[in-house]
Design a binder for this molecule. Structure first.
Ligand SMILES: [Zn+2]
Ligand SMILES: [Zn+2]
Length: 196
């Protein structure tokens, strides 16, 4: 692809971040113009104790509006976690589907600061002073909304046996073997508690 290709499908990466896009090209176009980008294996730290099990892959679409850009993504990744029933490591596959208008900070034509209209949400996402779209913070927010409150390793995870602490796989049964003495103590405690 030549540098003059008017429809780049790869992010322009001026600061080494594959999730930062130089968008002055599409800003210079008429409202209604669309550009599409491919995002391959972009790593990201979602914070808040969340961990991605794999990098982000998918597409992004920018639609020029009369004020800025509508950013749409359809990215796939996974969240690493622990099953709430059996405590096994689990991965929850998620799609990160963003649809958000991002406004310029500086008007491309005049070079003047773009002032938000009265009543406009001050939290509205903005491009940088250099007409760059920083996708990372938008994705972090979208991923936090996708995070499951109670991840399970499989839909019908049977959980743990309250007798022995092992996972209740089909056919789980106890022989005459001794059970974990710590659990034995816990069971005795429970009986005492019931007797009160
Ligand atoms: Zn489980
Ligand atoms: Zn058991």
């Amino acid at each position: 692809m030549s540098a003059s290709d008017p429809r780049p499908t790869r992010p322009v990466d001026p600061i080494g971040d594959p999730l930062t896009f130089a968008v002055s090209g599409v800003l210079a176009e008429a409202p209604g113009s669309v550009r599409e980008y491919q995002i391959d294996n972009a790593s990201l730290d979602p914070g808040e104790g969340l961990v991605l099990s794999e990098a982000l892959t998918g597409g992004m679409r920018l639609l020029r509006t009369n004020r800025g850009l509508i950013v749409e993504t359809d990215l796939r990744t996974g969240l690493a976690g622990e099953c709430v029933r059996c405590l096994r490591p689990t991965i929850t596959l998620i799609r990160v589907r963003l649809q958000e208008e991002v406004l310029p900070t500086i008007d491309l034509g005049s070079g003047l600061a773009v002032v938000l209209e009265e009543g406009e949400d001050p939290e509205t996402a903005r491009l940088t002073d250099h007409h760059e779209l920083e996708l990372r913070p938008l994705l972090v927010e979208a991923i936090s909304l996708e995070a499951p409150l109670a991840p399970v390793c499989e839909e019908n995870c049977p959980g743990l046996c309250i007798e022995c602490g092992e996972r209740l796989v089909p056919g789980h049964a106890h022989g005459d073997g001794p059970i974990d003495p710590r659990l034995e103590a816990l069971r005795a405690f429970r009986v005492d508690a019931d007797g009160e």
